[in-house]
Design a protein around this ligand. Sequence first.
Ligand code: ATP
Ligand code: MG
Length: 232
Amino acid sequence: MLQPILEVEGFNKTFINHAQGTIIPSSNDVNFKVFPGRLTALIGPTGTGKSSVLKGVYRSYLPSAGRIVFRTAAGTQIDLAQASEHQILDLRREEIGFVTQFLYCLPRRGAQDVVAEPLLKRGMDQSEARTQACALLDALNVPERLWSVPPATFSGGEKQRVNLARGLISRPRLLLLDEPTASLDPLTTDRVIQQLDGLKAHGVAMLAIFHHPELVERIADDVVTLKPPVAA
Ligand SMILES: Nc1ncnc2c1ncn2[C@@H]1O[C@H](COP(=O)(O)OP(=O)(O)OP(=O)(O)O)[C@@H](O)[C@H]1O
Ligand SMILES: [Mg+2]
């Protein structure tokens, strides 16, 4: 039987507003598994803590409670809620990728270099990394005239495509996607779906949030509905 790459058990997140002395509830008792070659979609109304779950798995947020058990390529199990910063940085470089909704890009570097960077960090030589970056930008409908231009001045949709290319290029074992197609036209959305299907075929596990319910229908293998937060 296929072993999960990720098991989330009893994940809970609350935020404390120190200025007002109040507690802001977010994700509430979230439980699910993610499998290699499959996409798990998180659904639920706004404010149910979907993005907070992804940030918890990527460890941008520390969960308030729960276990986030990740099975590494070496076969060991790590609770991401307990892992050291060092372990988390290694996993982000080698095994876990995150496509956030917005591109936080470095200025003055061309789109192809922004996209190639994860491959360079893994030790690939620059010309091969650039070739792969340009092929992916092309596949995602980014016009060639933009490949050497820094994305700072790009439109929202162009930035989102660069962001996606950067997240997809290194084929992490687990890919987190937060509304990756929210500002894309239907044609580019189809291209993204093709890419995600290609990643599945390579055994990549995905945990994703989609803005449009019809995308969940098209691409999700498993669907997890988040419960509303418990009032503080
Ligand atoms: N850093 C933070 N500090 C304080 N509150 C936060 C923080 N991040 C999230 N929250 C709160 O947690 C709750 C859940 O937010 P989250 O972004 O996870 O929801 P979501 O399900 O992704 O919503 P949406 O569908 O609108 O993207 C919200 O009430 C939000 O205000
Ligand atoms: Mg969100």
